[in-house]
Ligand binder design. Sequence first.
Ligand SMILES: [Zn+2]
Length: 79
Amino acid sequence: MADEVDRAQELELRQRNVAVAALQAKLNAPLVIVENCIECDDEIEPERRAVMPSARRCIECEQRREQARRQARRRLKRR
Ligand SMILES: [Zn+2]
């Protein structure tokens, strides 16, 4: 019985170490800044990137997406 508890604790510790290592790797990874829009491949406006470094679409594509999302929501409401 004691052996099994030891083994369970050891396993838990090992899993925790793996999780911590994965988290640290993620935190240490450099922030990837996308320079070109993932949809139209145009350069993302520097002002936009300054405000939102994680932006992956240019303003045009982002607005188009927003609009599509709004329309989809409206369609859902009608039902
Ligand atoms: Zn775009």
